[in-house]
Write a protein that binds this ligand. Structure first.
Ligand code: DHB
Ligand code: MG
Length: 219
């Protein structure tokens, strides 16, 4: 969660499941220098993603929202040698930073960064599908459109994951005031969760991380 001191429960989780190798610390330091700390997933959330990847025999991932590449690097680590992540980022500055970290990492051959408008990149990726996993962690108002694509391009048994599915509290309550107006898309996020809660299509749940992480396996 952005700029929020951990409570005792979160501090415990971080202590046990939060350890990072130096590359991850470097990415977070770079985010902090640029005033973007906490927009990335946390290390303990990244470990949930890794665990899901291992559990689901996942080889191909599409990530919507690269930021500086923190989550992509964690996911790449959990993929087999022939696994691959396509990571999509709109912002050119973010994409340049991420590319630098990817190039410097041992995971570079597993990651393809696609800079540009996500819906265009997704369209271009359709030919390479269906995919094993789609991780949505970008502009919150776009989640509905990204899910439209994901529902068509996920394989049966594949996993759709949405970060921030509590929308900073806005899906169930008033929510935090400090989040930008653009990020407030409660109807979009409620609809996103409702669609993934459809038990005729998915085995699904919301993991109650600080931010909410909706996970759905396509039947
Ligand atoms: C914000 C975005 C995220 O994806 C996140 O996990 C936390 C915060 C944000 O835009 O503030
Ligand atoms: Mg997020």
């Amino acid at each position: 969660m952005r700029n929020q001191a951990p409570d005792a429960r979160q501090a415990y989780i971080n202590e046990i499941f939060g350890s990072e190798t130096p590359i991850f610390q470097q990415v977070r330091e770079s985010l902090a220098e640029d005033g973007k700390e906490g927009i990335n997933v946390s290390s303990s959330e990244a470990k949930i993603l890794q665990t899901l990847i291992a559990l689901g025999n996942i080889k191909t991932v599409v990530e919507v929202g690269t930021l500086y590449g923190y989550s992509a690097l964690w996911m790449a680590e959990a993929l087999p040698e022939d696994g691959h992540i396509y990571s999509l980022e709109l912002n050119e500055v973010n994409a340049k930073k991420a590319e630098g970290f990817f190039t410097a990492s041992e995971q570079k051959n597993k990651i393809t960064l696609m800079q540009g408008e996500a819906n265009s990149s997704l369209e271009a990726l359709s030919d390479k599908g269906p995919f094993d996993m789609i991780f949505i962690d970008a502009n919150k108002g776009g989640y509905g459109e990204y899910l439209n694509w994901a529902e068509i391009n996920i394989r049966s048994g594949g996993l759709i994951v949405g970060d921030n599915s509590f929308l900073f509290g806005h899906v169930y309550g008033q929510g935090r005031e400090d989040v930008s107006v653009a990020a407030k898309a409660p109807e979009v996020m409620r609809d996103f969760n409702k669609r993934l809660a459809d038990s005729s299509k998915y085995y699904s749940a919301i993991l109650p991380t600080n931010e909410g992480m909706t996970i759905a396996v396509k039947k």
